[in-house]
Design a protein around this ligand. Structure first.
Ligand SMILES: *Cc1c(COP(=O)(O)O)cnc(C)c1O
Length: 478
C-alpha cells in the first residue's frame, strides 16, 4: 500500500481549499438568493447554504476537492440547484394524456369559482358549524345538503370523503350484521386496487352474491331474499362493460322488488352525474335524478368524477335513510372539511345550469370543445415545433377517454401533437424526453406510443398550449 501523497495528489486534503470556501453571510447577501429568501424565508435558505458548504468541506477533507466546489460562484450555483430541486412534492401538472379524469393526476380539476371559494374559507374563519342567524351551533353540511335536495328532488343528502367511504358508511349504518344482495356481475375492482367486495365487507354487512358474471335476473334477487336481508345494492359498472350475452336488472325493477319486500334499495352510480345539468356529450351514464325517480332509497356517487367538483362522496335519498347514516358514529371519521364543502357548494351551483357548467367546470368545458378546434390548436403547435425547433412533429386525430372509472368504452374525439424521435438536444429518445417533461416546471405528462410522444389536447386548457411548447423548447435548448 502506498502512502506517497505526491503520487496521488487528489487524495490529500488541501488546506487552502477550506479557506477558499465563502462564508455564509457572503452567500446570503448575493442578489441571486433574494427571491428564494422571500419565498422560503431566511432560515430555510441559510440551512441550504450551510448544507452545501458542509458537503464541500467533507469533499475537501476527503481529498476530492476541486475548484468547481470552492469559489463563491460555485457554491452559490450549488445552493441554487438545491433550492430548485426542493419543490413541493405535490404540484400542478399539464395533462396531455387524453384521459380527462386521470386518477394519477387528481381526477377532476376544480372550477375557478370553486377554488376561489376554497381559498376564501381556507385562509380565514368561516361559519362551518355556526348558525349566523341564530348565533348557535349549526350543521356542517346543511348548505350543500339543501342544494343537493334542490338539484335532485331527493328528500335528504349527506357528504363524506369519497364514494368508497359513502358505500362503507351506508352499508354499515343500514345493513351491518345483515345481508346485502348484489349481482356477481357488479362485484368488481374499480382501480387503485379498490375492490368493491372488500369495502362492502369492511362495513360489517354480508354480501349475498346472486346471478352469474354475465347474467343476473330479477328472479335471482327474489330467491335470495330471506330474513337476514337488509338491502339490495346495484353497482354501476363504471370502468368495464360486459358485452355479448348479458342481462342485468335496472334500478327501477330492483326498487320495486325492494319496496314489495320491505327492503332498502341502494344505487352506487359511481361517476356522479347529477342531471339535469350534466357534462356535454356524456350519454349512457346514470344520473342521481334518474335513480331517485326510479325509486332508489339511497344513491351514492363521487363528487370529483362527472360532477367535476372536489373529491367527496355524496349520499342522496330518503330522509329516514340518510338520517340513519348520519347518526352512525363512523360518520365523524368520514366527514369532509371546510375546503371540500366550499368547493362542492360552488360546483353544485354551477352544475344546476348545463350551459353555465359547460363554461365554468373544467371537465365539462374540456368535453364541450369541438374537435375541429382541438385540431386547429394541434396544427399550430406542430407547425411551431417543426419550424422553430426542426422537429418531426405532426398533428393527428386521436381518441381521448373519460377515465376515473367512467364510460370505459366511450372514446371521445380528440386531437394530438405527435413528435417523432430522435429529438434534438440531450433527451433524444421518447422515454427520456417524456421523463424530462414530467420532471420539468411546469410538469407536462404526455403519452408515449409506438416510440413517439403524443400530446392530447382534450384535457389541456387552451391557455396551456404555450406552456407545452415552451417545455419542449426547454428540453431541446437545455
Ligand atoms: C369510482 C367509483 C367508486 C369509488 O369512488 P371514490 O370517489 O373513488 O371513492 C365506487 N363505486 C363506483 C361505481 C365507482 O365508479
Amino acid at each position: 500500500m502506498t502512502t506517497d501523497w505526491e503520487d496521488h495528489p487528489g487524495d490529500r486534503p488541501d488546506p487552502s481549499a477550506f479557506r477558499r470556501l465563502p462564508p455564509v453571510h457572503a452567500l446570503m447577501s448575493r442578489p441571486e438568493l433574494t427571491e428564494a429568501i422571500e419565498a422560503n424565508g431566511r432560515e430555510a435558505v441559510v440551512s441550504v447554504v450551510r448544507a452545501v458548504l458542509e458537503e464541500a468541506r467533507t469533499a475537501i477533507a476527503r481529498g476530492v476537492a476541486s475548484t468547481t466546489l470552492e469559489g463563491e460562484d460555485e457554491v452559490l450555483s450549488g445552493v441554487l440547484d438545491r433550492l430548485a430541486q426542493d419543490r413541493p412534492s405535490l404540484r400542478p401538472v399539464i395533462n396531455a394524456t387524453g384521459v380527462l379524469l386521470h386518477t394519477g393526476l387528481g381526477r377532476a380539476p376544480l372550477a375557478r369559482e370553486a377554488s376561489e371559494a376554497v381559498a376564501r374559507v381556507a385562509s380565514g374563519y368561516s361559519n362551518l358549524e355556526f348558525d349566523l342567524d341564530q348565533g348557535t351551533r349549526g350543521r356542517r353540511s346543511s348548505g350543500v345538503a339543501a342544494l343537493l335536495r334542490r338539484l335532485t328532488g331527493a328528500e335528504a343528502a349527506a357528504v363524506v370523503n369519497n364514494n368508497a367511504g359513502a358505500t362503507m358508511i351506508a352499508l354499515r349504518a343500514l345493513a351491518s350484521g345483515r345481508e346485502v344482495i348484489v349481482s356477481r356481475g357488479q362485484l368488481v375492482e374499480i382501480g387503485g386496487s379498490y375492490r368493491l367486495p372488500e369495502v362492502f365487507e369492511s362495513s360489517g354487512a354480508r354480501l349475498r352474491e346472486v346471478g352469474t358474471t354475465n347474467k343476473t335476473r330479477l328472479s335471482d334477487y327474489e330467491r335470495a331474499i330471506g330474513p337476514e336481508t337488509a338491502a339490495i345494492l346495484r353497482v354501476h359498472p363504471s370502468n368495464y362493460r360486459i358485452v355479448g350475452f348479458t342481462e342485468s336488472v335496472g334500478i327501477a325493477d330492483l326498487a320495486m322488488l325492494g319496496r314489495s319486500k320491505g327492503l332498502l334499495t341502494i344505487d352506487d352510480i359511481g361517476s356522479g352525474a347529477i342531471g339535469p345539468g350534466r357534462p356535454p356529450g356524456i350519454v349512457g351514464e346514470p344520473t342521481v335524478i334518474e335513480a331517485i325517480e326510479a325509486g332508489a332509497d339511497l344513491v351514492l356517487c363521487s363528487g370529483d368524477k362527472l360532477l367535476g367538483g372536489p373529491q367527496c362522496g355524496l349520499l342522496i335519498g330518503k330522509a329516514e335513510v340518510v338520517r340513519r347514516i348520519e347518526r352512525d358514529p363512523m360518520m365523524r371519521a368520514l366527514r369532509v372539511d371546510k375546503m371540500t364543502l366550499a368547493a362542492l357548494e360552488v360546483t353544485l351551483r354551477l352544475a344546476i345550469d348545463a350551459e353555465r357548467g359547460a363554461r365554468s367546470i373544467p371537465l365539462w368545458r374540456f368535453l364541450s370543445v369541438p374537435v375541429e378546434r382541438l385540431g386547429d390548436r394541434a396544427d399550430r403547435l406542430a407547425d411551431r415545433l417543426r419550424e422553430t425547433l426542426g422537429m418531426t412533429a405532426s398533428s393527428e386525430w386521436s381518441q381521448a377517454y373519460l377515465g376515473g372509472g367512467s364510460a370505459p368504452d366511450a372514446a371521445i374525439a380528440s386531437a394530438c401533437v405527435r413528435i417523432e424521435p430522435p429529438l434534438p438536444g440531450r433527451c433524444s429518445g421518447a422515454t427520456e424526453a417524456s421523463r424530462a417533461l414530467r420532471m420539468g416546471e411546469p410538469s407536462v405528462v404526455c403519452r408515449v406510443q409506438h416510440g413517439a410522444l403524443w400530446f392530447d389536447l382534450r384535457a389541456v386548457a387552451e391557455g396551456d398550449d404555450e406552456a407545452i411548447v415552451q417545455a419542449i423548447e426547454g428540453l431541446v435548448r437545455a
